[in-house]
Design a protein around this ligand. Structure first.
Ligand code: SF4
Length: 262
């Protein structure tokens, strides 16, 4: 599933509420530094010169959408109704865009002008957090929703299949620490098989490592979720709500704010 517009929606997101999506990656194919077995956009493709929307194109598309939303809202009685969030996600990793910081600055200006109650959120796979411009841009947002699917190198590589095969969990955790807990941690829990190898971030050992990472990072919120749509690797299992509640419980008992999408 690919998003074919720079600004799309609003749609009701299971995790974020009424969300206007913004696409910074190519509209024709996925572009990501991970190649997750569960990615709703499918597997990565080899493309020589990916065409990204320009900063100006993003600003124009977003302004058009926000104007439309505001005029719709002014036609109905409530000031309460409307957009909850402007979300950067879509056909890959949004922080890969070379003008990411400028685009976030534009977005905040447009949000303040047209829909001041909406939050600006970025769903990111955390792989670009070594870049100061990306960290600065994410700090400007209301919500940085940052991925850590496993706290062990082996399982992170099996699930997320980083394009940079050298990337390790210790590095990612080190990057996440820069936010001093002021971020939302996102983790997809799943089991299955890929390429003859077991996929499972729910084993006792896996959960122990992940709980330890959560304790170290102390995120202000944790979003855990299950696969929801068709995945490129078909041999994956969707976990039950009960199992997700069991995974969340030790953290809830320790005072963490955990939301479950299952
Ligand atoms: S990080 Fe997101 S976009 Fe990239 S492969 Fe994983 S699920 Fe897909």
């Amino acid at each position: 599933m690919l998003f074919g517009e720079i600004a799309y929606g609003p749609i009701r997101s299971r995790r974020l509420g009424v969300s206007l999506g913004v696409e910074l990656m190519p509209l024709e194919h996925k572009l990501c530094t991970f190649n997750c077995v569960y990615c709703e956009c499918g597997w990565n493709e080899q493309v020589q010169k990916p065409k990204l929307p320009t900063r100006e194109e993003v600003r124009e598309a977003l302004e058009r959408k926000l104007k439309g939303i505001r005029s719709l809202e002014s036609g109905v009685r409530s000031q309460e109704s409307g957009l909850d969030v402007i979300t950067f996600s879509g056909n890959g990793e949004p922080t890969l865009h070379p003008d990411f910081k400028g685009i976030i600055e534009d977005t905040i200006g447009l949000r303040d002008k047209y829909c001041p109650k909406a939050k600006v959120s970025v769903l990111s796979n955390s792989t670009q957090l070594g870049r100061p411009d990306v960290v600065e841009a994410l700090r400007l947002c209301d919500n940085r929703i940052l991925k850590l699917d496993s706290a062990t190198d082996e399982m992170m590589r099996r699930i997320d299949m980083p394009v940079n095969g050298e990337l390790d969990v210790k590095t990612i955790i080190g990057w996440l620490k820069v936010f001093e807990g002021d971020f939302i941690l996102q983790t997809c829990f799943l089991r299955g098989e890929h390429d003859g190898k077991r996929i499972d971030n729910t084993s006792e050992e896996e959960l122990a490592a992940w709980y330890k990472a959560v304790e170290e990072l102390r995120p202000k919120q944790i979003m855990i979720y299950v696969i929801d749509r068709k995945t490129p690797e078909e041999r994956l299992e969707k976990l039950s709500r009960e199992e997700m509640e069991r995974i969340a419980k030790p953290l809830i008992d320790r005072g963490f704010d955990v939301s479950i999408s299952a």
